[in-house]
Ligand binder design. Structure first.
Ligand code: PHE
Length: 554
């Protein structure tokens, strides 16, 4: 159906359909990949609490605001500002930033989503990841064993370094200097260093073998080899430009086919299938994970707050993630809200979506952490969690290949229900503002977004030019196309968009009639609470974070 006029506007078939679609938008890579790894890096329980506070005080009120903007105006993410403030076109810029953000996010999100498809296929056999016998002569394995089991006191370290010809400098620098020298000695490929470290590494390897016993030592060595192998496979996967483009294209096609079907006939139908399956698969995997020996530890890690692990950076991370995971600050929820029927209330929907999103993020942790804790507690759980650590831990274990396959299908489903909402923001915009037909909007926008995503697919080694290209830098780190887009969108565009949306609805609506409509929507008991949050709490929180980022406050 065409959506280029409010009159013939498509609507959600039911409130449940709307909730599933909005939850589908919210639940995505953010929940299943990013939340578990940032929570792990920030020490577990305390970060979860911080994140819940951000969802409650900032995320939830802004979601209600976005639903209201969409529902009352029955317009796209840009047009809605014109309906609320017809006198001043400047407000439409808030929406334009939003549509632009959707465009940017989808272009790289679809690339990662494509990886999940390729990894589903890899998981079917898992053969690539399996290691039967560790090769003890491999330099990588020897180095890994050294890193894990080589414990030296600072005094021993400096003695070794001195023997190797490094001279320590006096004062505070000495320590840093010796760390740097230690790294040079053990990382450098210089022949001199290689032969100097060889006997030391031998010593550590033999000591570990004696202390752990042959069997344990071999298990540990197999695990290290697997991790190394999985990381190599991931590196090779990233470097294959052709296949990266292929999977990116496939994911964009899936997304476009659903969006092409319209609101009730495409997005709602798909969400009604994707979301329940996702929930069941995740629940099943969680039950399996809880039966593993690391289940209890994982649970404790997630609920025991250790506030010492939090720092200023954690707060930034928690708030930024609240926006990303709830799909806020760029008009996705405005767009979905614009297809609501008059009778559907927004508060309970926003509440359900926020709860479902959080629940699924926590469930994802409870699928992944028991596996981490059971197989190898010292495993690194950074960005490589899904594509390196998980295959390394599961391949070769009993039922490992099935679990891995189900897991990647689940991630693909979660990603798809998010990409359709990102594309829908842009499609509804070109429909409503330029009167395009859904067919034209879907095809044109998908093709352009695919093309904008090409450098994201090729900047990990697939193409020399894009691999070497730096768009932005973050501190000392130079960011490639993919990382620049992600950094720009998650750290800047979404929080700024969210701040502007909160300020707009809290302070800029002059029309009394619109205020009445909002009050009527929210009910007299909830309205004052929400009004307080959206006028003061959310903008102040987001403004502090932004001021902090630009260095205005420490
Ligand atoms: N919420 C999605 C996730 O958690 C990402 C997303 C952001 C989707 C913004 C739509 C809009 O992965």
């Amino acid at each position: 159906m065409d959506n280029n006029s409010t009159k013939g506007r498509d609507h959600w078939g039911s409130k449940l359909g709307f909730i599933l679609a909005a939850a589908g938008s919210a639940v995505g890579l953010g929940n299943i990949w990013k939340f578990p790894y940032i929570t792990y890096e920030n020490g577990g329980g305390a970060f979860v609490l911080l994140y819940l506070v951000c969802i409650l005080c900032v995320g939830f009120p802004i979601m209600v605001a976005e639903f209201l903007l969409g529902k009352i105006s029955e317009k796209d993410a840009v047009g809605c500002f014109g309906i609320f403030r017809p006198d001043n076109k400047i407000f439409k810029f808030i929406g334009i930033i939003g549509v632009f953000t959707g465009f940017i996010i989808l272009s790289y999100y679809s690339v990662v989503a494509g990886w999940t498809l390729e990894y589903t296929l890899k998981s079917l056999t898992c053969s690539e990841f399996i290691v039967d016998k560790p090769d003890y002569s491999s330099p990588e394995l020897r180095k890994a064993i050294f890193k894990k089991y080589g414990t030296f006191t600072p005094a021993e370290k400096s003695e070794i370094l001195l023997k190797a010809g490094f001279t320590a400098e006096a004062g505070k620098q000495a320590e840093q200097n010796s760390e740097a020298n230690w790294k040079t000695l053990f990382e450098s490929n210089d022949e001199n260093y290689v032969s100097l470290r060889a006997p030391l590494i031998d010593q550590v390897v033999e000591k570990a073998r004696a202390e752990l016993g042959e069997q344990k030592f071999e298990e540990s060595a197999i695990m290290m080899t697997k991790q190394h192998k999985a990381s190599k496979i991931f590196g090779e996967h990233l470097g294959k430009g052709g296949s990266m483009l292929f999977w990116h294209a496939i994911f964009m096609i899936f997304t476009a086919v659903i969006v092409y079907g319209g609101i009730s006939g495409g997005i709602e139908k798909a969400s009604r299938i994707l979301m329940p399956i996702l929930f069941l698969l995740l629940g099943g995997l969680m039950i399996h994970s809880l039966t593993l020996s690391g289940g209890i530890d994982a649970f404790k890690f997630l609920i025991n707050p250790d506030f010492a692990k939090l720092n200023k950076h954690s707060i930034l991370e928690a708030l930024g993630h609240a926006f990303f995971t709830l799909s806020l600050g760029m008009g996705a929820m405005i767009t979905y809200g614009s297809y609501l029927s008059k009778k559907d209330k927004v508060t309970s929907s926003a509440m359900t979506v926020s709860i479902l999103d959080t629940l699924i993020a926590l469930m994802a942790c409870m699928v992944l952490y028991p596996i981490l804790f059971t197989y190898n507690t010292e495993v690194s759980a950074g960005a490589g969690l899904l594509f390196i650590t998980l295959p390394a831990l599961l391949a070769g274990s009993s039922g490992g290949s099935i679990i891995l396959t189900v897991f990647f299908i689940l991630v693909a489903f979660a990603a798809l229900s998010s990409t359709i909402s990102l594309l829908e923001v842009v499609v509804t915009y070109t429909n409503d503002e330029f009167g395009w037909k859904r067919k034209t909007s879907t095809i044109v926008n998908s093709v352009v977004i695919f093309l904008v995503g090409v450098p994201s697919a090729l900047c990990f080694g697939g193409n020399k030019f894009f691999t070497e290209l730096t768009l932005l830098s973050k501190g000392d780190a130079k960011l490639n196309w993919f990382d620049s887009f992600d950094y720009l969108a998650s750290n800047w565009l979404l929080p700024v968009g969210g701040l502007l949306i909160a300020l707009f609805i809290g302070w800029m609506i002059k029309d009394q009639e619109k205020h009445e409509l909002i009050k009527e929507e929210l009910g007299s008991s909830f309205y004052p609470f929400w009004n307080f949050l959206i006028k003061y709490v959310s903008p102040v929180c987001v403004a502090i974070i932004i001021a902090n980022k630009i260095g205005l406050i420490e």
